[in-house]
Design a protein around this ligand. Structure first.
Ligand code: C2E
Ligand code: CA
Ligand code: CA
Ligand code: CA
Length: 279
């Protein structure tokens, strides 16, 4: 038993070394990613369930690394957050989103707000307001065209700082969304205190709503609660017609999901908007 324990330990150790090495290698590649222009934004449409029109997009970062291939954001965003690389990367996302909005406007498309995902560190350790306003001015676009998505954990980590930041962002005219609502912490206590505009129901509830009565009850309750609090409500991860019909039936305002469209590069957005996407 003793020797087996030691072998297990050695195996564990080697695995840890491999993972640590791979992580270090990802980290050093990520440091170079901005300069090498390996980052790109994809855009996923938000469909309004009353007008049946696309009323905005969410910007989602993509990294095509020369060394590692396509690395999903769930893998590299945590590394960026731990190393501080999220500051320049987050600012690049803001700049690129504003640039793209300005380009769509110049091309004559209807104004469509684009939502940006904001990390905790961006909210608490940088001057997010000034960064945003600076890039709005640079590209000549109004704040109403930018939505900011924060997860509950981001907002509850440091309540006072988050509250101050949200209040000034709201005053500046940005639309504020609570992302992934329903998982992790529960911010029911804070919902009516944070100056937010939109609740986004987490994909896990949407996925199970049509099979699981409890999930359906939660989704329905979140929609009602949002409306009672004068918030708009959007569901993410809608993949089937059944889910779409259900969300429509319970008066959810908007949906996002593969059923409407996967996130796509800016070049495909024009074609998408010009086509008769009908649901
Ligand atoms: P999120 O903000 O919750 O974004 C939704 C994720 O679900 C995206 O994954 C999107 O591609 C995916 N998705 C959309 N519709 C469907 C669907 O119908 N089915 C399924 N299975 N998935 C769907 P993605 O693009 O891999 O992003 C993962 C996470 O990475 C995001 O979760 C967000 O937390 C983070 N992230 C992405 N871009 C950024 C960014 O620019 N900045 C920061 N700080 N975080 C980002
Ligand atoms: Ca999001
Ligand atoms: Ca999510
Ligand atoms: Ca998320």
């Amino acid at each position: 038993a003793k020797s087996r324990g030691r072998n297990n330990f050695q195996f564990f150790d080697a695995t840890m070394d491999l993972r640590a090495a791979r992580r270090l290698s990802l980290e050093s590649s990520l440091r170079a990613a901005l300069e090498r222009e390996e980052l790109q934004l994809y855009y996923q449409p938000k469909l309004d369930l009353i007008s049946h029109r696309v009323v905005g997009f969410e910007a989602l970062i993509r990294w095509h690394s020369h060394e590692h291939g396509a690395v999903p954001p769930d893998r590299f965003i945590p590394i960026a957050e731990e190393t501080g690389l999220i500051m320049p990367i987050g600012e690049w996302v803001i700049d690129e989103t504003c640039r793209q909005i300005a380009q769509w406007r110049a091309e004559g498309y209807d104004d469509m707000p684009v939502a940006i995902n904001i990390s905790l560190i961006q909210l608490t350790r940088t001057d997010l307001e000034n960064t945003l306003v600076g890039h709005l001015h640079k590209h000549g676009i109004p704040s109403r065209l930018i939505e900011l998505e924060f997860t509950e954990s981001v907002l509850l980590q440091d309540f006072e700082t988050a509250m101050d930041a949200l209040q000034s962002l709201r005053r500046l005219g940005f639309t504020l969304t609570i992302d992934d609502f329903g998982v992790g912490y529960s911010s029911l206590n804070y919902l009516n205190r944070f100056p937010i505009n939109v609740l986004k129901i987490d994909r896990s509830f949407v996925t199970s709503a049509c099979e699981d009565q409890d999930a359906a009850i939660i989704v329905q309750a979140v929609v009602n609660l949002s409306h009672d609090l004068k918030l708009s409500v959007i569901a993410e991860g809608c993949e089937t017609v059944e889910q779409l019909d259900y969300l429509k039936r319970i008066a959810c305002d908007q949906v996002q999901g593969y059923l409407i469209s996967r996130p796509m590069p800016a070049a495909d957005v024009r074609q998408f908007l010009d086509s008769d996407y009908l649901y």
